[in-house]
Design a binder for this molecule. Structure first.
Ligand SMILES: [Mn+2]
Length: 426
């Protein structure tokens, strides 16, 4: 299944006049406000989000999993699915592999396939939150933080292996999300767990090539419910500092307790030059892994405001690695990802519309009402014609979801792959 250019063009033709009308109206309005439309379009076109290899199939919960039909059963098919997303949106030009779920069999072939779709290999992710079938030792009581030296060595070795796999694909970064923690008070010693983790991460950092970056994720709870070794951004920041200058904190939107001010965390990390990566999702309660922008679009906008600001002001940060980190339990995974990609671009565009100069002036005058007006003026702008224009100019779809449905992509995937196929992953 591929998105044929002529069919895409045919579909686009039905909507292109409406888009041109909407775009000119919006462009005129924004130009009057002093917005540089070409620059905005360019930045939207440059923004590429990695799709994780585990997100192309249906996710599940610990209670069960409802499969979605026509799921990809191999890494090749997963990359084909990302190719579909990228052809339609022109903003999904990267894949993030999770090892050992997606170890390539034929590196040259997989690289060739990704290249055909215009996809590059972004951060590789290690997995020490479950035992592998051939493992000699168990992560039951932790991995990088384990009290057992041999278990720690095994976990470090796994991460080093992941780096070596990534090297063969052209990846330049490793993301570590550590599930280690405890369920009960007194179960383990906090200080030793943290020291062990620091020691393990330093070993992994030492194994990485000089042009690689290490991203350290944090999360307050789950799968453990009493304590997590890397529970918050402060712990991640401390560990990144201990490892070295190419180690950074990675913010995952779902990895916060409800109502945490994530935009302030972003601002602080960017000020300190320690924000390396970003995982998008949305949530109501915790790490719900819902479609980006489906629950709290205003929060996402405020977070993007700090990201845009930081990218301008804090050049000491690396180019951020963006990834969608969601689990699709109830929707067609590809449709869900299309919605997420749209929501990300929408928030990014709106954040770029904030009149920063006027905001600074209002802040300095203590005009709190005006500060809110400025933010919300940008938030209330319907930027969708801008996103569509940016996409179409690169050969993408006017409306990716509409065209995905019109082309009956899922039915074609089912016809090719069969109905009850199951993707590796969550
Ligand atoms: Mn994540």
């Amino acid at each position: 299944m591929e998105i044929r250019k002529d069919i895409l063009q045919e579909q686009n033709n039905k909507q292109i006049q409406d888009l041109e009308d909407d775009f000119s109206r919006l462009a005129e309005k924004l130009t009057k406000k002093g917005v540089n439309i070409q620059r905005l379009l360019q930045r939207l076109q440059d923004f590429q989000v990695a799709i994780p290899s585990w997100a192309l199939g249906a996710g599940g919960t610990r209670f069960g999993r409802f499969g979605f039909f026509g799921e990809p059963t191999s890494l090749e098919e997963k990359i084909d699915d990302i190719g579909i997303l990228h052809a339609l949106t022109k903003t999904a030009g990267a894949v993030s592999l999770h090892i050992p779920w997606d170890i390539p069999n034929d590196y040259a072939a997989i690289k060739e396939k990704a290249k055909e779709h215009g996809i590059f290999f972004d951060a590789v992710n290690s997995n020490t939150f479950q035992d592998q079938s051939n493992a000699q030792l168990s992560y039951r009581h932790g991995s990088l933080s384990s009290m057992d030296k041999e278990v720690r060595q095994m976990a470090v070795q796994h991460n080093n292996d992941v780096v070596d796999i990534g090297k063969k694909l052209g990846s330049k970064s490793l993301t570590v999300w550590l599930a280690d923690g405890t369920n009960f008070p007194g179960q383990r010693d906090f200080q030793s767990s943290l020291l062990n983790t620091e020691d393990s991460l330093k070993k992994i950092y030492g194994h990485m090539p000089d042009d690689w970056k290490l991203f350290i994720e944090y999360k307050p709870y789950e799968p453990n419910f009493y304590s997590t070794v890397i529970q918050d951004w402060g712990t991640s920041f401390m560990l990144a500092n201990a490892c070295g200058e190419r180690a950074y904190t990675l913010v995952d939107l779902g990895h916060h307790l409800p109502n945490t001010n994530i935009e302030q965390i972003v601002a602080t990390l960017m000020l300190k030059g320690k924000l390396g990566g970003f995982h998008f999702n949305d949530s109501k309660y915790g790490d719900d892994d819902l479609t980006v922008g489906s629950i709290k679009p205003y929060s996402l906008f405020l977070i993007f405001n700090e990201l845009v600001n930081g990218m301008e002001r804090n050049k000491q940060n690396p180019e951020l690695a963006w990834m969608i980190d969601a689990s699709h339990n109830i929707k067609d995974p590809l449709e869900d990802l299309l919605q997420s990609l749209e929501a990300i671009q929408e928030s990014y565009a709106k954040a770029m519309l904030i009149d920063q100069e006027s905001l600074l002036e209002a802040q300095s005058k203590g005009d709190v009402v005006q500060c809110q007006e400025i933010l919300q003026d940008a938030f209330r702008t319907d930027v969708r014609p801008l996103l569509a224009k940016a996409r179409v100019d690169l050969g993408g779809a006017v409306n990716p979801l509409k065209i995905y449905r019109a082309m009956e992509v899922r039915n074609k995937l089912i016809a090719e792959r069969g109905k009850h196929t199951v993707a590796t992953g969550l």
